[in-house]
Design a protein around this ligand. Structure first.
Ligand SMILES: [Zn+2]
Length: 341
């Protein structure tokens, strides 16, 4: 039988000069949070979990869908057919290849209201999100609390990443006072190559290891980006905070003071998310109620209800995603009709 003792499991990483036995022990004691567990978040979680980072909190509100399988490496066909929340599916998959670390799945959207509790205790925050709204929220929280974080993004064939060490390097607002021009492109509109995701995540995961073992002199101090299809690479300095930056210089944190997402939002194409009901929902009871109106399937984490031409997904916190319309009024009336207020 193969030994699962840490010395054996991590032997090839301990052999690597930059890490060694002392570095490996620091990784075992480290706690990180990964915000978003889609493609980039999956790759980050997988790499860091295999590397032996001791505790990883995975925060994601979505559930696994078939279109995720092309690039979201922690998920399987069964997760998509069960519509498992990504945080739960990721935790299960990781437990199967490394049961010796702690994975804390959180099925939630990171918002100004819950950012303190969801990121509490993390020594490093990793960005697996797909939007600048959440990235500015992470940046405000990290700068305010002097916590390092790593910005990571991928869309199309483009990959980008930057380390933020508050007080020492530039922060996200230093580099992007406003969301960058291409920020509105998402993998729903521009598509995405799985290799671009893995490149961004590989660089960010390596920087994370450097942070966690204290190899500060090796940290990269640039915003680096690649376009794998066009064979382009660019790097701009992010070594110093920008004088006049409203976040790290003026210490204004408007994203922490925000109300969070509006109660009803478009999400992706032809789909609306509603979270105006702030009380828990009993999915078993709801499943019984909905059965007479259409096809229903549920597990502990999610309920799916098909009522042609709509597909409704309900979560225990009362949140719903309605597919088949991009009209928020239609979505709201469906919610009121089948779920109640
Ligand atoms: Zn700044």
């Amino acid at each position: 039988m193969t030994s699962l003792e840490p010395d054996e499991r991590y032997s090839r990483q301990i052999l690597f000069d930059g890490i060694g036995a002392a570095g490996q022990q620091k990784l075992a004691a480290a706690r990180v949070a990964i915000v978003g567990c889609g493609a980039t978040g999956s790759a980050l979680a997988s790499l860091l979990a295999r590397s032996g980072v001791g505790a990883i909190r995975i925060i994601d509100r979505d559930y696994v869908e078939a279109s995720n399988l092309q690039r979201q490496t922690l998920f399987e066909e069964a997760d998509a057919s069960e519509s498992l929340p990504k945080a739960i599916a990721a935790a299960r998959k990781i437990a199967a290849f490394n049961s010796q670390i702690v994975i804390e799945p959180q099925v939630a959207d990171l918002t100004p209201t819950n950012v303190d509790s969801l990121l509490a205790g993390a020594g490093l925050i990793l960005d697996g999100t797909d939007n600048f709204e959440t990235r500015y929220l992470i940046n405000d929280y990290a700068v305010k609390n002097s916590l390092p974080w790593i910005y990571t993004g991928a869309v199309g064939s483009y990959a980008v990443t930057m380390n933020v060490v508050p007080g020492r390097t530039a922060c996200l607002t230093c580099v992007f006072p406003e969301p960058p021009g291409g920020a509105l492109e998402t993998c729903d509109t521009a598509g995405i190559l799985n290799s671009a995701v893995n490149l961004a995540a590989s660089i960010a995961a390596t920087e994370a290891l450097k942070f966690l073992i204290g190899a500060e002199s090796q940290l990269r101090h640039t915003l680096v980006s690649f376009d794998l299809w066009r064979n382009e690479r660019s790097e701009i300095s992010a070594a110093k905070p920008r004088p006049g930056c409203r976040t790290c210089d003026a210490r204004e944190f408007p994203h922490l003071a925000g109300e969070g997402r509006p109660h009803i939002t478009l999400c992706g194409r032809n789909s609306v998310q509603i979270h105006e009901r702030h009380r828990p929902m009993d999915l078993t009871e709801m499943s019984e109620r909905l059965r007479i109106h259409g096809t229903v399937k549920h597990n502990d984490f999610v309920l799916k209800f098909w009522h042609d031409p709509y597909e409704m997904t309900l979560f225990p916190d009362g949140r719903a995603i309605i597919k088949g319309t991009s009209d928020t009024a239609v979505a709201r009336s469906l919610y009121a009709r089948y779920i109640g207020n």
